[in-house]
Design a protein around this ligand. Structure first.
Ligand code: SF4
Ligand code: SF4
Ligand code: SF4
Length: 330
C-alpha cells in the first residue's frame, strides 16, 4: 500500500472501519476482507436497490458530493475569454444548480430510464479506470491514478485542454473556463480552464473515511443501501455473489480494462445503454472492452493540438520555475 496516500490497513483499523466479512461490512458502509492484498478500493452501485431518492428534494448522494466538494468548485475571473483558436468557452458558473448532468459544480448525477414500466435509477460519476486513458494521455500530467483506486485531477496543474474528456469513453471530466493556471500563461494560447470530476473522495479515503456519497446514502437507507465501498477484491466478490443470486449483470469489471466503479443490474447493460441512447443522454453505458478502440480519435486529437500542448508545457515549466524561484527568495 502506498504510504503517500496515507491509505494503510492501519488507518482503517484505527478508525474502527475494518471488518472481516461482507455481512459485517453491510452494517458499517465499508467492505473489507482479511485476505485483501491489492490495497485498491472500489464502489459497487447496486441498481436493484437505488430508488433515485424520489421522495427527496435532491438525491442524497448528489447533495453530499456537492457539500463535500464545494470548496474546490471554480470561481472564474470575469469576463471569461474564448478558447483560442475557437470563439467559445465553457461556463457553468451561472448554472451551478444543474444536477441532471455532470458539470464542474456537480460531480455525480442520477439518471433514470424506464424499462418496460420499471424505473431504473443510475447514479453516475467517474469510473476510476484501472488503466485510465485520461491520466495516461494528459499532456501536462495533471491527472493521477492513486493506489487507493481513485483517479484525481490536480486543479493547480490542469490547463483545461480537455484531452481527458476526449479520451474518456464516458466523457466524464467537465471544463470551467476563466480559472486556473492557463490565465497566468497568457498570451501563450494554451489551455482553456480547468477540468473537474469525481475524485472518489480521495482526501476522505486518506483519513480512513468512506466517500461522502456512500455515507449519505447509507444514512438514509441503512442496510438497504445500493452503494458499497471497500477493497476491490471484496467488492467484486460481493458483486458476483449478488449477480448469481439475482441472475444479474456486472458493468465495470472489464469495461475500459477494468474500473473501480462497478454496477450491478438485473437488466443487461446493453438494454440500459440503448435506453440511454434513445433518451439522447450524454452518459451512456457502452461495452468498452478495448482501451485502444478509439486510438484514431485520440491520435487525431494529438495531431491537432501538439503545438498548443508544447507551448503550454513550456509556459508551465517557466511558470513553475518562476514560482519556485520566488518561494526560495522568501
Ligand atoms: S445512490 Fe442512494 S442516495 Fe443516491 S439516489 Fe440512489 S438511493 Fe439515493
Ligand atoms: S472514467 Fe474517464 S475520467 Fe474517469 S478514470 Fe476513466 S477515463 Fe478517466
Ligand atoms: S466519491 Fe466523492 S467526489 Fe465522487 S461522487 Fe461520491 S462524493 Fe462525489
Amino acid at each position: 500500500m502506498n504510504e503517500k496516500n496515507g491509505l494503510t490497513r492501519r488507518n482503517f483499523l484505527k478508525k474502527g472501519a475494518m471488518v472481516t466479512a461482507i455481512g459485517a461490512a453491510c452494517a458499517t458502509g465499508m467492505v473489507e476482507t482479511a485476505s485483501a492484498k491489492t490495497g485498491t478500493y472500489a464502489t459497487l452501485i447496486d441498481l436493484t436497490k437505488c430508488d433515485g431518492c424520489k421522495n427527496e428534494p435532491i438525491p442524497k448522494c448528489v447533495e453530499a458530493c456537492r457539500r463535500e466538494n464545494e470548496k474546490k468548485f471554480p470561481n472564474p475571473v470575469e469576463p471569461i475569454k474564448d478558447l483560442w483558436p475557437q470563439k467559445t468557452h465553457d461556463d457553468w458558473s451561472k448554472k451551478r444548480d444543474v444536477m441532471n448532468t455532470l458539470t464542474p459544480y456537480n460531480w455525480t448525477t442520477v439518471q433514470k430510464v424506464d424499462m418496460e414500466g420499471e424505473e431504473i435509477f443510475i447514479p453516475r460519476r467517474c469510473m476510476h479506470c484501472d488503466n485510465p486513458p485520461c491520466a495516461n494521455l494528459c499532456p501536462f500530467g495533471a491527472l493521477n491514478k492513486y493506489s487507493d483506486g481513485s483517479v484525481a485531477i490536480n486543479h493547480d496543474l490542469c490547463m483545461g485542454g480537455a484531452k481527458c474528456k476526449a479520451v474518456c469513453p464516458w466523457h466524464i471530466p467537465q471544463r470551467q473556463s476563466g480559472v486556473g493556471i492557463y490565465l497566468k500563461l497568457q498570451p501563450i494560447p494554451a489551455g482553456g480552464g480547468v477540468m473537474y470530476k469525481c475524485d472518489l473522495c480521495h482526501e476522505r479515503i486518506k483519513k480512513g473515511q468512506v466517500p461522502a456519497c456512500v455515507e449519505a446514502c447509507e444514512k438514509r437507507l441503512g442496510a438497504k443501501k445500493p452503494l458499497f465501498f471497500g477493497r476491490r477484491d471484496a467488492i467484486l466478490k460481493m458483486a458476483h455473489e449478488r449477480a448469481k443470486e439475482i441472475n444479474g449483470f456486472i458493468y465495470g469489471e472489464k469495461e475500459n480494462g477494468g474500473t473501480a466503479t462497478l454496477y450491478l443490474s438485473r437488466i443487461p447493460f446493453e438494454r440500459i445503454d440503448s435506453k440511454l441512447k434513445e433518451a439522447k443522454s450524454n452518459l451512456t453505458m457502452e461495452k468498452v472492452l478495448n482501451p485502444l478502440r478509439d486510438v484514431n480519435r485520440w491520435a487525431k486529437g494529438f495531431v491537432i493540438t501538439p503545438l498548443i500542448s508544447a507551448l503550454g508545457a513550456i509556459g508551465l515549466a517557466l511558470y513553475r520555475r518562476n514560482k519556485e524561484g520566488k518561494e526560495k527568495d522568501k
